[in-house]
Design a binder for this molecule. Sequence first.
Ligand code: NAD
Ligand code: 0WE
Length: 276
Amino acid sequence: MADQAFPTGTLMAGKRGLIMGVANKNSIAWAIAQQLAAQGAELAFTYQGEKLLRRVKPLAESVGSDTLLDCDVTNDDQMDATFAALESKWGKLDFLVHAIAFAGKDQLAGSFIDQTTREGFKSALDISAYSFVDAGRRAAAIMNDDGAMITLTYLGSERVIPNYNVMGVAKAALEACTRYMAADLGPRGIRVNAISAGPIKTLAAAGIGSGRHMFRFNKAASAMQDNTDSKGVAGAALYLLSDLGLSCTGETHHVDGGFHAIGMPQEGPLRESLAE
Ligand code: NAD
Ligand code: 0WE
């Protein structure tokens, strides 16, 4: 059964959707999956290669899902097979969760202008932005007319975050893709939105050079003086993917403790540290 910490209800009863991007129990996509399941959604999961199946399978089973599809988003055959499998299992789809990003490790350190190679740029934008367009097109082809899709983004698209580098450019593209997809699918009643989450300790955030400083700084400089909780991201996902989100599309919604809204630190340790 779904984690008790996720409020239960029937907001997603009768809705079926695909979750792309669970790697382990810390994945943002897993928090979202648990919240949707707790509201009655029926879920299918993709995983990136056999190595991750071992982790994802027990998680999927714990929310009553037996649909696990091997899908690397750079592999057209696997993308074809994923959506063919969903169509034959369910016929129609109600929602899509895209929580996938990747840039080569060499691209995520040091100077943006010096470190960003043509290949690094191409692959970051392919995996982190184009994959949402590709999955969105395939999902829309089998989606009910009141369906919805979300992706996950980060403030590094709007502001310079040290070392985020080409991923910031990929997230800017992803947010623009969200708006164009919303326009294309809007007439069908399908909504497309992005959630801009603050830093959360997941596999994708592990091993980043300035990690410790980043979490401390986000805590000190955010409106709520705290780090982002993936439960808040899951709650926003539930709103955007359920009928609560009616008429909301093309939006990038920040769930980051208000970090994005602050222009200068409030009273507190950060301002104190600058006192003479
Ligand atoms: P995570 O490592 O748990 O998830 C990232 C997922 O991307 C993994 O499941 C991985 O298998 C998948 N992936 C990477 N390349 C892929 C490929 N070629 N094909 C298929 N799948 C691939 O980390 P997360 O933090 O939960 O990341 C999920 C999303 O949230 C990402 O888009 C990330 O940019 C975004 N995000 C994360 C944070 C954060 O601080 N953790 C903040 C804002 C946004
Ligand atoms: O989107 C992300 C991270 C996505 C990511 C993570 C990795 C790590 C392993 C993409 N590609 C890779 N490639 C790898 O080899 N986040 C929002 C988390 C994150 O990553 C950062 C951050 C934040 C926040 C990197 C530098 C600075 C800040």
